[in-house]
Design a protein. Structure first.
Length: 289
């Protein structure tokens, strides 16, 4: 639990903590249900956890905006871990019937429905790696470390836009990946996740991020392939300074709505010209030498 001082600095903390606690109790009862009833309720439970995670992201961003960055990070680490543990409990439930049918199709060589999978196993990943050009797995809402490790060895592009949460441990495997990785469903990431992803040797799709820390920007500046950050609507001077040092392929920043002249000057000095919308590009071009 956070200190009372930290709690008082973050809006709605008590309400969210209480809801996570109640959800944990609810999950204990859920795990006692018969298997068929668990399967029937599985999607509903996972949606509830996804909604909790989305609200956590919103609250963290509000806390950061009000200057409570340290308290917000402590809260994020605490509740993100608890929510992920609940997701893992749901994930170990027997694979949904529809996925079992698709697994059987894939084993038989029929690949029409693989992108509809909500769960996946290492066995199925191995088959798909051999059979498809791009692993479009945007309906997955959870990724175990075992599957992530196998995916990291895949030499092809991977789309995981259905993930709303990526843990530090899971992201570590993707530091070894050598092709494109799309994670546009992530609303926020830790600096550790950013470090791991920046070591990936392919392009990164992170267009769901609406806010990044200066440290994350520093890590991204060292990534050699392209990065999609089109969900960012503004940049601080320090963040822009780090991003301006990026070499290699460019960064997508089409979502920027308003920037200061100092930020525009940084972007004008980018070693790898960012992709900007027309209005921002005009402002940046004024400072190009």
């Amino acid at each position: 639990m956070l200190s009372p001082e930290s709690q008082s600095n973050i809006p709605d903390l008590h309400a969210l903590e209480a809801e996570v606690f109640l959800t944990k109790q609810e999950m204990e009862e859920f795990m006692k249900l018969p298997r068929k009833e668990q399967e029937r309720q599985q999607d509903k439970k996972m949606k509830k956890l996804k909604d909790l995670n989305d609200r956590l992201d919103q609250m963290i961003q509000e806390a950061i905006k009000t200057g409570h960055t340290e308290e917000a990070q402590k809260l994020k680490d605490q509740l993100e871990k608890e929510i992920q543990e609940l997701e893992q409990k749901i994930e170990i439930i027997e694979t949904p019937t529809e996925d079992l049918k698709i697994f059987q199709e894939i084993r038989g060589g029929k690949l029409d429905n693989f992108s509809k999978l909500k769960t996946i196993t290492v066995e199925i990943v191995d088959i798909l790696i051999k059979k498809v050009d791009v692993l479009e797995l945007d309906n997955l809402v959870f990724l175990s470390d075992t599957v992530a490790e196998r995916l990291s060895e895949c030499p092809k592009d991977i789309c995981l836009d259905g993930l709303s949460l990526l843990s530090d441990s899971t992201s570590k495997y993707f530091s070894e990946h050598k092709s494109g990785l799309s994670l546009n469903g992530l609303k926020s990431i830790s600096d550790t996740v950013a470090k791991h992803l920046s070591d990936n040797q392919g392009s990164l799709g992170l267009n769901g991020l609406t806010l990044i820390s200066d440290k994350t920007a520093e890590y991204f500046s060292k990534h050699q392939d392209g990065i999609g950050l089109n969900g960012l609507t503004s940049l601080s001077y320090t963040t822009a300074k780090y991003l301006s040092q990026k070499t290699g392929k460019s960064i997508g920043l089409y979502g920027l709505e308003a920037i200061s002249d100092d930020v525009a000057k940084c972007l004008a000095e980018c070693k790898s010209a960012p992709s900007l919308n027309k209005d921002i590009e005009i402002q940046v071009n004024k400072f190009k030498k």
